[in-house]
Design a protein around this ligand. Structure first.
Ligand code: UGC
Ligand code: NI
Length: 168
């Protein structure tokens, strides 16, 4: 296996993440009052894709451990469904992604998903499997259950080591 390469971790913003999916956070632009004003609804932050006959969207909880050492050797994609990760206890994680289509390793990006944020990967978005930054991190996961293959894996030709900018 070739020498790993470093990949700078960047802040998660809706615009930067748009090629890969949506950011799930309480964004004022999507908010409107409900329940006689007692509740703010941050509406339709992301869409669930559950493609194919007999497919359905499901909700699960993942309790994950950090990858140690933090060296990413493979990525995966779910061609028939989106996949969302939302922290249940404010525990941050990394979203290491590449756009749908043939995996172009030069287009891999790494984002820091803070504890008040979640992400929804588009169907087909390449991503590293869950990368929590703290032990026993729990996430609500919304993805697809159904017939047929929904997970393609790709071993990277060059492993990736995410690096955090100073002070991150
Ligand atoms: N395998 C599984 O359900 N999880 C992965 O898809 C992942 O992205 O963590
Ligand atoms: Ni996945």
């Amino acid at each position: 296996m070739s020498q790993p390469r470093e990949l700078r971790v960047q802040p998660l913003t809706a615009s930067a993440f748009a090629p890969f999916g949506q950011v799930i956070e309480a964004d004022a632009a999507s908010a409107f009052p409900i329940n006689q004003g007692r509740t703010e609804r941050f509406h339709a932050l992301a869409q669930v894709e559950a493609l194919g006959e007999g497919a359905q969207g499901i909700l699960s909880i993942f309790r994950g451990q950090p990858l140690n050492p933090l060296v990413i050797t493979m990525m995966e994609r779910h061609p028939q469904g989106s996949q969302a990760f939302v922290p249940l206890r404010g525990q941050p994680f990394l979203a290491v992604v590449a756009p749908p289509g043939d995996l172009d390793e030069s287009r891999v990006k790494a984002f820091l998903v803070q504890g008040h944020q979640g992400v929804n990967y588009l169907a087909g978005t390449w991503h590293a499997p869950l990368l929590p930054l703290q032990p026993d991190s729990e996430y609500l996961v919304v993805d697809r259950q159904g017939p047929g293959n929904n997970c393609d894996e790709h071993v990277l030709s060059q492993p990736i080591v995410p690096v955090f900018p100073d002070g991150a």
